[in-house]
Design a protein around this ligand. Structure first.
Ligand SMILES: [Zn+2]
Length: 191
């Protein structure tokens, strides 16, 4: 496949500017489409892209871990809990064996249930993007119940707009997530 970038005047005004979940008001201007950058610059954890943060991090930086996977928290930020699941080994999504992929699926469900167990969470958004770092990291965003403006793709924007959750409440949320995770194995690393 060969992909051809469009001309600037072919860009469209996206419908999401009118959605009730879009956090911004007023006229929005589309940026100039930047030229292609090939080959792409290396990501963190690729040769020339700088050190791999997950590979260098000790377990103390995490909320929960087992022999092959670790779960860390990002924040405190506007959402009650934002978590990142990573394999211990330096692997990206496409590198996982069938067994590792199956474990990722099981753990994804476990993390979802652990976040929902906090209460007052309507949905856990699960995202894998991977444009910044080469080491697989899957995001989990807990969306507060009833906050319909935070639905869907806008939750990660609102996470930076809402004031950060107070640190003690955030740490309490992490401890409860760790306690829920450890019921099915692994080690809780926060209390
Ligand atoms: Zn790594």
């Amino acid at each position: 496949m060969t992909w051809t970038p469009p001309d600037q005047d072919a860009l469209r005004r996206p419908e999401f500017l009118d959605w009730d979940i879009w956090p911004f008001e007023g006229e929005q201007r589309i940026k100039q489409l930047a030229p292609r950058n090939l080959p792409e610059p290396p990501r963190h954890g690729e040769p020339g892209g700088g050190p791999c943060e997950p590979c260098a991090a000790s377990d103390e930086a995490y909320v929960w871990a087992d022999d092959a996977w670790r779960l860390k928290a990002v924040g405190p930020s506007g959402l009650p809990v934002v978590l990142v699941l990573e394999p211990r080994a330096h692997l990206d999504l496409g590198d996982l064996s069938d067994e590792e992929a199956a474990e990722l699926g099981r753990l994804t469900v476990r993390v979802e249930r652990a976040v929902v167990s906090l209460g007052d969470i309507a949905r856990v958004h699960v995202m894998r993007l991977g444009d910044g770092g080469a080491h697989l990291h899957v995001w989990f965003l807990g969306r507060p119940a009833g906050m319909l403006q935070l639905r869907g793709s806008s939750a990660s924007l609102w996470d930076d707009i809402l004031p950060p959750v107070p640190e003690p409440a955030w740490r309490a949320n992490l401890a409860r997530v760790a306690a829920a995770m450890v019921q099915r194995g692994g080690h809780a690393l926060v209390r």
